[in-house]
Each structure stands twice: as C-alpha cells, then as structure tokens.
Design a protein around this ligand. Sequence first.
Ligand code: NAD
Length: 338
Amino acid sequence: MLNIGIIGLGSMGMTHFSAYAALPKVRVVAVADQKFSRPEGAVGRAGNIAGQSSTVDLTGVKKYVTAEELLADPEVTAVDICTPTLLHKALALAAIRAGKTAVLVEKPLARTAAEAREVLAVAEEKGALLFPAHCMRFWPGWDWLKKAVAEARYGAVQSAAFSRLGAKPPVPLYNDAAAIGGAHLDLHIHDADFVQHVFGRPTAVTSFGRAGESGAIEHTITHYHFSGSDALVTAEGGWTRDAEKIPFVMRYAVTFERATAVYELGEKPSLRLYQAGKSAEEIPLADALGYANELAEFVRCAREGKPSPLVSGADGVAALELIEAELESIAAGKTINL
Ligand SMILES: NC(=O)c1ccc[n+]([C@@H]2O[C@H](COP(=O)([O-])OP(=O)(O)OC[C@H]3O[C@@H](n4cnc5c(N)ncnc54)[C@H](O)[C@@H]3O)[C@@H](O)[C@H]2O)c1
C-alpha cells in the first residue's frame, strides 16, 4: 500500500484525490490545505475538463491546515503538491528534505526554470522520485499521437497545430502576473511540454503574444523549429474573456504525409483520422481522464522506486526553459535559438 499526502485540495487536489480513490494499493492518508481553518473546508472549484471533481469524501483522511504538519506525518510516504504555482519550489524541496521518497508536483514544476533546476538537483541528490504532472503525456488520444509520430505510421509529419483556449479562472490570483505568469505559463505549458515530448527539443522558437489585464502574456502563439525537419509545428494558448459561453478548447490537427489526425475535446472527446480514398476513421479513445493514467503511473513508479519513462524532473525543467525562450522571443520580436 502506498500512502499519499496531498498538499492543496482545490480544483486539482480534488481531481487527484478522486483518481487515487479509483486505483488499487494506494490511499490518500492525509491532505493539507489552509482552507481547513475555515468551516466550509472541503469544497473546491471545478476544473476545465468534464469529470473533474469539486467535492471529495474525506472520511478517515487526516486533515492538516499546513503543509509542514503533513510533511511531518511519518505515515505519508509520497507527496502530491497541488497548491498554486508560486509554492511549488518551496514545498517540493520541503517534501524531499522531509525524506518523502516520491514527489509529484502539478505543472509547472516551479515558477521559473532556475527554480525547477534547484528542485531537480535536490531530488537527484536525495534520490527522490520527482514527477512533474504534465498530464497531456497521459491523455487518451494524445498518447496515440505520440506513438503515431514515433512510428512514422502515416509518414513524416508535415504540420502540427495545437490549441488550448479557456476561461481565465475567476479568482484574483490569476491577475497576479508574478504568481501565475498569465496563460502563457499557466495554460500553454501543456502544449509546449507536449510538443517537446513528441518532437524533441526545438532548435529555436518564434513566438507572438498579447499581454492581458494581468500584465502577463494571456494569448500566445509559437512556431517551433527543429533541425532536420521542415514540419510546421505551432501551438496557441489563451484565456478567453466571455468564457462562460465558450466551451474549453483543447485541440490538435496533425498532417502526416499520408493522413491527417484531428483531436477535439468538445463535449465528448473525439479523434478522427482522415486518409485519401477512405472514409473518416473514428479512433476509439479510452473513457478516462489523462489525470487517472498520470497518477497510475506516479503510483507505479513510487511503489517500485523507479523513474518513469514517460515524464521526469528534467522534463519539468525543459518545459519551463521552452516557455522562457518563448517569452524572450515575444519580448525581442525575433526568433530565439535554444
Ligand atoms: N494539470 C492540469 O490540467 C492543471 C489544471 C489546473 C491547475 N493545475 C495546476 O495545479 C495547481 C493548483 O491549481 P488549482 O486550479 O487546483 O488551484 P486552486 O486554487 O483550486 O487550489 C489550490 C489549493 O491550494 C490551497 N493552498 C494555498 N496555499 C496553501 C498552503 N500554503 N498550504 C496548503 N494549501 C494551500 C488553497 O487553499 C487551494 O485549496 C497549480 O499549480 C496549477 O498550475 C493543473
């Protein structure tokens, strides 16, 4: 049995809590959230994806108000950090230094690449599993794309366009550029990481961005350059203003030499494959959220004490380095080499 402690029981903490509850040989033994100092306690805010939880049953689970209390609990062996981004570095370091052997950190791994490198260095020194929660790597339909590209199943990729548009979360924190980094960091990092996961490290980025009311980049578009490939790879991310009326957009369209694949989250996720001379093919998608697959992998790695072949602490650092190169490109108005 793996004993988990979750720090931060908001939208993502509840989603993770529910995903663990559905897995064998793992249990959440403790949660820490400053909101337990208030009577309404356990209620959260729903996330962007249908099926995410906004309440959980905490019967039999220890409730702490501070992360320190949870980290001092010897029953907790693995820690899952779902607090706002600005706290990721300090809490990840505290968890590793408290002797916890496996630490999952919600994306981004830290507020900056420099901070993330610090966390990675300490995790390596102490031999702890550091697992940044880059959930798209585990998402049904996105895992399909990773394999299709790796196997060159339909020939080389000619273009790949990713897009992600959603409501700015309706809490004041998201107007704090220093804490959140706008949609560029908060939302678009999902696609920046996934591009790197599928196509490898870009050699350069050309990015465009528009600052929003937070002062940070709230709408962003990047063209990724790769050596030895002329594939046109782009990703767009942004917060919408009238988002209550617009469903969350999570989409990719990838043209290969011999096929085109289009994924749409929509009301029901769909992945269609179009090939010349054939009718459109509906690719069956597992009826699960990527979070469930991601946490199953974290639990497997934590139990076996082995790193995951699907995501590593170094990937968490690399995603932030890419995000920062894109910001540099936006600010300088030119292509930035990596
Ligand atoms: N993977 C994804 O798809 C995804 C989606 C949304 C958010 N996230 C990430 O998850 C993290 C949390 O986002 P969220 O939307 O769940 O936020 P949220 O505001 O819903 O939840 C954060 C929780 O942390 C608690 N908290 C704050 N400071 C604390 C402290 N010092 N000690 C203990 N608890 C504390 C808050 O009370 C709150 O309940 C962020 O880093 C965000 O980037 C990931």
